[in-house]
Design a protein around this ligand. Structure first.
Ligand code: DGJ
Length: 728
């Protein structure tokens, strides 16, 4: 049974594929007992840190023996609240009508149901009834009649437990929620390190690994979007855990706005790991009878190091988060004009670029920024979503028809969440932007954020985007978002609800995306935020792929794709071949290298192919063929990171078909090695007995590839090798 209540011992067991999570009832307090490798239920779970009776002897609780709530500071808590006697980092903090802020949550009951309920208004993982089971634990505060429901879904085929929290105000007074984390886990005393992903524009997803010390270590975003500065992901692991060996406890947030994740290590060495909405500048007024749902955290336990963690996340998102027509379908190889033209183009230019793609075998032409209003640079027209006929005399419909007549499909760039001060929309609705009354409206890339916390603005954008999509044969949308939120405030909300703006914005954004995805099920949506500034599981619920970075330099992409793969699979990562010298790094790398890197993601082009040499075009043509041959393995297989560009001269990724029939390996080096040794790339996860034939007919056994490996010596700067091995 995936979820079982041992009534006699008061233990709630959640069994995922190879891991177990246990909670315990300590009188009416819900304690955290265990999270780790599978635990048979026959084993007694005696834990001095969650059982009150065993705590009574401890010196720390002697003073207040007899009162459970006064001793919670040294008990492992499942959902710690402020004001309960647990003085460590709380998961929940609320303010009541009389000014008090204490919440004491006592167990009321629980239910176990097959499948997984949706979270109203929010993206979340989903599962068939036989793939997951959900536990809902009801807790209540006797004084205020606030009821808190902790939801846990355990996936039977994955080492995943998702968590979210629902709060219902059944009292008579208004409550203001100040903090509501979605997950908090008290890991027992041990040495742990924290792995997070940091970065910024054109530098997304660099892994960081630091020891956890006696402090509160927080990773968060206050930018109004998840951002690349710190990704909404956190893993804790003992120092001895490696890429493929050892325990990892990970959390990833299914949310695209402000978040906080962290670990609080106390004097006992207990690690409280948490993740949820950022409590900074957050408040949510909950009137009597109202409920609040927190976004979901997906928790992964891996006994196979960071690689095992990543493979579990990849499977979770693939099968239980991404939806729609393109969930499993092969997606078009696209050609985007942005890096070739930026804002300066005519219809003829776009058709010529499309023609170049057509000759090569590209499936889709995507028109990027600059097609609407009077937008010839970033200073105007966001919000004015009507075509600029000076540039495109046949309109978007005419252009799309011409592209379709060439035998390609057509895609369009939009930035629906923004408006330019120089736009008809802003002139008509100056209050429709996020702003603080009486202060300057801080522009960023000359633009302001549309106030999607206002339902009428969301409705307007649903209509506006629908008109664009109804007006032409559009098969794909690149949904961009190019600024962080500042001067946070909304003209649509009263003073005591201003701290709700960032979360209400996200709810508005998700309604906008959900409505459009339902209305246009055949359109492929790609998320983007100046590259990967909002690469998170929230967006992936609506859009199955995301533009990974504005840095399309292949060498940089080796790093960015490695970091992104910690949480997200290759098919979610928009990955294009661009021109050299690269627009961001000014670096020139061989076309083969650019292609080899790009085919390991969601492949496309970002250049005017008419400007490339015949020799390079032949490489690109070959890359499309290679991509189509290997994409099933790369997009549905298991990924192993064999060598990290963050640690040395080499990047190596290995993708293995789920049934082991094909292996694709990418090996890239940064600099040539003048003389001396070799670098050994050892494969992983293969059947040692199996025999594999490579592209030139060499046969290797799985044992050879895993134990002896391939000896690599970099002959040139920025070299790559792409190897396909088929089981024979
Ligand atoms: C930022 C995106 O990341 C780019 O690819 C491009 O679409 C520009 N915005 C257009 O303004």
């Amino acid at each position: 049974m995936p979820i079982h209540f041992d009534e006699e011992r008061g233990l709630l067991y959640l069994h995922a594929k190879n891991s177990t999570y246990v909670m315990g009832l300590n009188q009416n307090h819900l304690a955290h007992v265990y999270w780790g490798p599978s635990l048979p239920e026959e084993m007694p779970v005696h834990s001095p840190v969650w059982k009150l009776t065993e705590m009574m002897g401890s010196s720390m609780s002697v003073a207040s023996a007899g009162s459970l709530w006064r001793t919670l500071d040294n008990i492992r808590s499942e959902y710690p609240t402020f004001g309960s006697g647990d003085l460590r980092e709380p998961a929940f903090h609320a303010e009541y009508a009389d000014g008090s802020r204490a919440t004491e949550l006592a167990y009321v009951g629980h239910t176990i149901t097959p499948g997984k309920p949706a979270i109203p208004g929010l993206p979340a993982t989903y599962a068939e009834e036989d793939a997951a089971t959900t536990l809902t634990v009801e807790l209540a505060d006797a004084v205020t009649d606030l009821h808190v429901f902790l939801l846990y879904t355990v996936f039977s085929e994955l080492d995943v437990i998702t968590r979210s929290v629902r709060v219902e105000n059944r009292g008579k007074e208004t409550v203001t929620i100040r903090r509501i984390f979605s997950a908090s886990v008290d890991l027992p005393p041990q040495k742990l390190e924290a792995v997070s992903l940091f970065g910024g524009w054109a530098k997304e997803c660099s892994p960081s690994r630091v020891p956890v010390t006696y402090a509160d270590l927080t990773f968060d975003s206050k930018r109004g979007h998840s951002s690349a500065h710190m990704s909404p992901f956190l893993a804790l692991l003992p120092p001895e855990t490696t890429e493929e060996v050892g325990s990892v406890y990970a959390m990833s947030f299914v949310y695209s706005g402000n978040f906080a994740a962290g670990v609080y290590k106390d004097i006992t060495g207990t690690h409280r790991m948490y993740m949820g909405l950022n409590a900074f500048d957050f408040g949510w007024r909950l009137d009597p009878g109202e409920r609040f749902d927190s976004p979901e955290v997906a928790m992964v336990y891996s006994g196979e190091g960071l690689g095992g963690m990543s493979r579990t996340y990849h499977e979770l998102w693939r099968h239980h988060l991404i939806r729609g027509k393109y969930k499993y379908a092969e997606r078009p190889v696209l050609l985007n004009n942005w890096e070739a033209t930026t804002f300066t183009f005519t219809e003829d230019d776009i058709l010529a670029i499309a023609e170049g793609g057509k000759r090569l075998g590209v499936d889709m032409m995507v028109l990027d920024d600059g097609w609407f209003g009077k937008r010839n640079d970033p200073t105007s027209s966001l919000g004015d979503w009507y075509v600029n006929r000076d540039k495109l005399p046949s309109g978007i419909d005419g252009l799309a028809a011409k592209v379709e007549a060439m035998g390609m499909r057509f895609g369009l760039w939009l930035e629906p969440e923004m408006l330019s001060p120089d736009s008809d929309l802003y002139r008509a609705h100056p209050d429709w932007c996020i702003h603080t009354p009486g202060r300057d409206r801080l522009e960023w890339r000359s633009q302001l954020t549309l106030d999607l916390s206002r339902p009428e603005v969301v409705d307007y954008m649903i209509d506006t985007v629908s008109k664009v999509l109804d007006g032409a044969a559009i098969s794909y949308v690149k949904w961009d978002m190019n600024r962080s939120m500042s001067n946070i405030g909304s003209a649509g909300l009263p003073a005591d609800r201003q701290q709700e703006v960032p979360h209400r914005y996200m709810l508005g954004l998700y309604r906008l995306m959900e409505t459009l995805c339902q209305r246009y099920p055949d359109i492929l949506f790609e998320g983007c935020s100046s590259g990967g500034q909002r690469f998170d599981a929230g967006i992936l619920h609506y859009m199955p792929q995301i533009w990974t970075s504005d840095d399309s330099d292949a060498i940089e992409r080796e790093r960015i794709h490695t970091g992104t793969s910690y949480v997200f699979p290759p098919e979610t990562q928009g990955s294009h071949v661009s021109a050299c010298p690269n627009q961001v790094t000014k670096r020139t790398v061989p076309m083969k290298t650019r292609c080899d890197v790009a085919v390991c993601g969601q492949f496309g082009f970002e250049l005017d192919l008419n400007r490339e040499s015949e020799e390079d075009l032949a490489v690109c043509r070959g890359a499309i063929e290679t991509y189509k041959r290997i994409r099933h393995t790369v997009h549905t297989g298991k990924m192993y990171r064999l060598a990290s560009p963050f640690e040395g001269n080499y990047t190596a990724w290995q993708f293995v078909e789920q049934d082991g029939s094909r292996v694709v390996a990418f090996i890239g080096n940064t600099l040539a090695e003048a003389a001396g040794g070799y670098t050994v790339i050892r494969f992983r996860g293969l059947d040692p007995e199996a025999r594999y034939r490579d592209d030139i007919g060499e046969i290797y056994t799985g044992a050879f590839l895993m134990n002896i490996g391939l000896y690599e010596r970099a002959a040139e700067d920025f070299g790559t090798r792409l190897i396909t091995l088929d089981r024979v």
